[in-house]
Design a protein around this ligand. Sequence first.
Ligand code: SF4
Ligand code: SF4
Length: 334
Amino acid sequence: MKKTAVLPAWGRVLRGRTPLLSLEITKECPLRCPGCYAYQPEHLNNGVALRQLRDLRGRELVDGVLAVVRHFRPIHVSIVGGEPLVRYRELDELLPKFDSMGIEVQLVTSAVRPIPAHWAALKCLHLVVSIDGLQPEHDRRRAPATYERILKHIAGHSLIVHCTVTRQQVARDGYLHEFAAFWSARPEVRKIWFSLYTPQEGEVSEERLTPDDRLAAVRQLAAVRTAFPKVYMPDVVLRGYLDAPKTPADCMFAKLTTCVSADLSTLVTPCQLGGKPVCSECGCIASAGLAAIGNFRIAGVVPVSRIFDWSMTLGRRLASGNTPGNSRVQALAG
Ligand code: SF4
Ligand code: SF4
């Protein structure tokens, strides 16, 4: 969320709504990435795995998504999966509608299949392509969405490359620099984002960063952004990586975002990662960025996050009793 979106977001909060919506538009994905949080058995925190949900398609999906969006009236929708491009036909109908509704849409994809060329004309759409490191590692982790395919499928688009920094990447001197150099040189890439790997409670994995790795990652990213202007890594985000929220209750991003899974009825909590993420090791660029906005003090006194908290309480009270007519949305509204 940009600083200019703070006022519209606040307006939504005062009406008892969350201004950000994250939508797992499908449970399907042709990839099997190691460390994928969406397919962890605990992702939905209700004993049901994502792949067991009944997801929707065709008219039912289009109408269902529109009902959810009309209910929450977000200013920003993040479309994730599974792999959203599996539902490109439905998106073909939904995206122009979002465009005309003035909703910003971030579509996070592996670019495993071609991105329709005409989507390049949609003003609302921000394509984010997830890339897990340099070609040898990425191709091993994310086949069939290999570098070769991605380069073919992004031609003609303008997009953001997103890399989740893992322990292995930090350990190899110059790795992030090399990554930024490769993608900066691509004309399709307008921005490069780096998140840090966020583990789940009790997780023992090769990807999980130690506190020293985190420090090293922040230092490396500070150097990389200087060398490559396409790398978006403001100080506030770097500071956020070193001082992540302690719990979801401290996380402005989690509080302002409603995350809905592929059946359009199940909520993903506490944030889009689901399960039990270790907030103190959060590396989510959106969470770090929003924390920075939240820490900004109005008139040098009251933090924005405090005002949002008060407004949320007030907005929910005012909105209670105001239930929509769609049963799926009623389930979401709880
Ligand atoms: S592309 Fe995304 S949803 Fe699919 S397996 Fe990889 S991380 Fe998970
Ligand atoms: S893991 Fe990160 S984004 Fe999720 S609730 Fe915790 S701090 Fe927020």
